[in-house]
Design a protein around this ligand. Sequence first.
Ligand SMILES: *Cc1c(COP(=O)(O)O)cnc(C)c1O
Length: 375
Amino acid sequence: MNKIWLSTPHLSGHEQKYVQQAFESNWIAPLGPNVDGFENDLCQYVGAPHAAALASGTAAIHLALAMLGVGLGDAVICQSCTFAASANPIVYQGATPVFVDSETDTWNICPDALETAIKSERAKGKNIKAVIVVHLYGMPAKMREITDICTRYDIPLIEDAAEALGSSYEGQRLGSFGTMGVLSFNGNKIITTSGGGALLAHDEHWITQAKKLATQAREDAPHYQHEMIGYNYRLSNVCAGIGRGQMEVIDERVAQRRANFAYYQKAFDDIEGIDLQPEMSGSFSNRWLTAIIVNPALCNGKTREDIRLSLATQNIEARPLWKPMHLQPVFADAPYYGANVSGKLFEDGLCLPSGSDLREESLARVVTAIKCSIA
Ligand SMILES: *Cc1c(COP(=O)(O)O)cnc(C)c1O
């Protein structure tokens, strides 16, 4: 039986046209027409007027924090239920991450716990420089409540939309809500540049600054003049060519991932012990990954780990949900606010194969394997 992967790169066949152009024009050096074209594609699609194509999503978060002046001793609030890349750049800047739990409707940051965290940290005299919200597996967080709180307390919002290109909330694409938005084009995301990311903003100032910082903060001078510490964070013109080919099919990719979800949902409809990540009214998820919650009491005592191991024996890759940051040894000392909803999601949650190139026979194999494992 061939291996069924969680999420694999899915090329459109249009990528090589752009990569070829880069070779033919010798725009192999960083930057060039593909970078401009890819940034333009992202702006048009997401509906944020300014974008910088970068080496990774992590780099985008790092630049956002650096530009917001996050430094030694500051606090940055971050959704606990996420990939470590959301939180690591807080530490790069010498600041302290403050983790906030999820709510059960979206699995994303709980607005009530967020407000409690802001009040308590401020009462302790902490300077909260930013809030990082994540759209888990493409599912929009409660953006109306979250943007309200950030506005009320006057704290910039960084939207980690690394998993959520193509998702929207009340008709507006994710990545366009925050002071700045972050995308990732890592190999397992909904589209890929083989590795890359982007920073988006409504205010042009952030993107001009990000592009400068991402190219070693070179000043406008004939010699190399530096007045700030910079980074080497730009996306190459070759990789951006892959991104342009991928952007031609982004809507198809979203439709294919949503079709995977619909297939699983229908298949597990009659199984009481298996629930899927909910989609609230007004929200549209790209369904980057389909995730299930397993209730062992209703699955013959079988846990998500039993199911995962059983799938592995059949050459099917499944993964537990992100282990929350407040449970990670490396962040053991960081403050945390919430009721461990994300810990429970981690305990019972499993991400299923969700690639946009999965065939129906593969989906059927996954479903059969899960049903057998709990029979
Ligand atoms: C993938 C991911 C990132 C990091 O993106 P890279 O391009 O891999 O650096 C950040 N946050 C979340 C939630 C992600 O899933």
